[in-house]
Design a binder for this molecule. Structure first.
Ligand code: 5GP
Ligand code: SF4
Ligand code: MG
Length: 457
């Protein structure tokens, strides 16, 4: 069972040379909490001495005023983890921390390495013994094989072997090293705070700690900070940027900018284009909170159909998607959302969602709205039908998970009890995001890397 442990869509933050680094990392992790709610950790170091706290659960559950104070040092590396049914163990919570005679180091990453199994087999054949199935451990072994080289050359050599999607940050006592995969599938940016620097999965983490955004890490780039000096190195030619379109559609926070595109603005444009492609005869527009609100605002603006807060969310319940079984997921949806009867009763509703994966969520919500008295429910989805598996860290495990790979739109419409169902086109989505080359493989099968089917066993 390799598959789930290496399948991660997480958040990373690193603080270099700023006083109270752990506290800053903690605030940063809070703002990245949407990228993973299953585990959190921070490692700091003061000279050669490393300190770590990690645990299962939300950032606020793992850290408190006391334990954060035990994380001494001006450098910190933090991580929030999105895990899956079988990858729950504390050993899988990051950052990983390795003790080594040449110097301890910590490592945090998100994404998925598609050739992990092949690299692992190769390393095992040359005598490496693995303790876990994590990608982090693979990278750690690769790094230490290259230990005769200077630090960033060793890291470059190791990164060059990896195929897939990743944002890595490595912290040693000499420096901080951040890398983005050669296709740029996962986001990672650099900011400045006082005399120090910050790396973060999303720019919203820089904003919350008052850091100034400097730039996104480029695809295939390793940024090294040693002795407070920032240098840039390319472990792979600076190729085409294939940032994941799902980052804009669903994963990222609306206030983040990824590769110079604001996430809320991109989502709002999906709503505008969806309205052009698929108008509906309705009285109100409702977005499913939180990720679909920007698109719903765009749809409403374009059609002049008023936007209403027809669904209210209980803020204190985690995302439905992370609950492992279908039964639990279904319960989760019911606990999370309520339809506002006073607004939807006897109305024809356009309901906007960002995406349909299994179809469970939308089916429940249509029922909620109809039970609250709505007349018709027209569904408009701000991404095309998701028909193909993602190999890059998104938790779509099998084709059974992808309802659009099994059903026609009409079959799906019936299944979810909607009066109409339409998706934005692929071209429409590209135009909305404003990124010519972003990855859309789960919609069009155009995978940016070789895919290794054994990854989805
Ligand atoms: P499902 O169709 O599987 O019941 O739920 C899809 C909804 O779950 C989407 O509207 C989206 O808001 C949310 N969601 C949670 N995690 C993910 C994910 O990893 N990928 C996608 N596409 N949607 C997700
Ligand atoms: Fe993102 Fe889809 Fe590409 Fe996976 S296949 S990286 S979810 S766009
Ligand atoms: Mg949703």
């Amino acid at each position: 069972m390799m598959k789930r442990e290496i399948n991660e869509e997480c958040g990373v933050i690193a603080v270099y040379n700023v006083k109270d680094a752990a506290t800053l990392a903690y605030y940063g992790l809070h703002s990245l909490q949407h990228r993973g709610q299953e585990g959190a950790g921070i490692v700091t170091h003061q000279g050669a001495e490393f300190h770590r706290i990690k645990g299962n659960g939300l950032v606020s559950e793992v850290f408190n005023n006391e334990n954060i104070l035990s994380l001494f040092g001006d450098c910190a590396l933090g991580h929030v983890r999105y895990s899956s049914a079988t990858g729950r163990g504390i050993e899988n919570v990051q950052p990983f921390y390795f003790k080594h005679s040449t110097g301890d180091f910590a490592l945090a990453h998100n994404g998925n390495i598609v050739n992990a199994k092949a690299i692992r087999t190769y390393l095992e054949q040359s005598g490496t013994i693995f303790q876990s199935t994590s990608t982090g451990e693979i990278l750690a072994h690769l790094l230490k094989r290259e230990r005769h080289k200077n630090q960033h050359n060793a890291i470059m050599q190791a990164l060059n072997i990896l195929e897939g999607a990743f944002a890595f940050v490595i912290m040693t006592k000499e420096g901080m090293y951040a890398a983005r995969d050669r296709q740029g599938l996962r986001p990672l940016c650099l900011g400045k705070l006082r005399d120090g620097y910050i790396f973060a999965s999303e720019s919203c983490a820089l904003d919350i700690i008052g850091a100034e955004f400097i730039r996104d890490i480029q695809p295939g780039e390793l940024v090294a900070i040693e002795n407070s000096k920032v240098t840039s190195h390319f472990f792979a030619p600076n190729g085409i940027n294939r940032i994941c379109s799902m980052e804009y559609i669903y994963f990222a926070r609306p206030d983040s900018n990824i590769d110079n595109i604001n996430v809320h603005a991109a989502r709002k444009r999906t709503g505008i284009i969806l309205a052009e492609e698929h108008p509906a005869d309705a009285d109100i527009v409702i977005g499913i909170p939180d990720s679909s609100i920007s698109a719903a605002v765009g749809y409403s603006e374009k059609t002049k159909i008023p936007y209403e807060m027809g669904l209210v969310k209980n803020k204190y319940i985690g995302r439905t998607f992370i609950q492992p079984s279908q039964e639990l997921r279904e319960k989760g949806v019911r606990m999370k959302l309520s339809a506002v009867s006073a607004l939807v009763k006897n109305k024809n509703v356009v309901l906007i969602d960002d995406s349909i994966v299994r179809g469970t969520t939308i089916r429940q919500i249509v029922n909620l709205i109809k039970n609250a008295g709505a007349n018709k429910v027209h569904i408009r989805i701000a991404s095309p039908p998701m028909k193909y598996l993602c190999f890059y860290g998104v938790d779509t495990q099998t084709y059974d998970d992808l309802v659009s790979s099994r059903k026609t739109n009409e079959e799906l419409r019936k299944m979810i009890n909607a009066d109409s169902l339409e998706f934005i086109s692929e071209q429409g989505l590209r135009k909305a995001i404003g990124h010519e080359t972003c990855c859309m493989a789960c919609f069009n099968k155009d995978y940016p890397t070789p895919v290794y089917q054994d990854n989805k066993e």
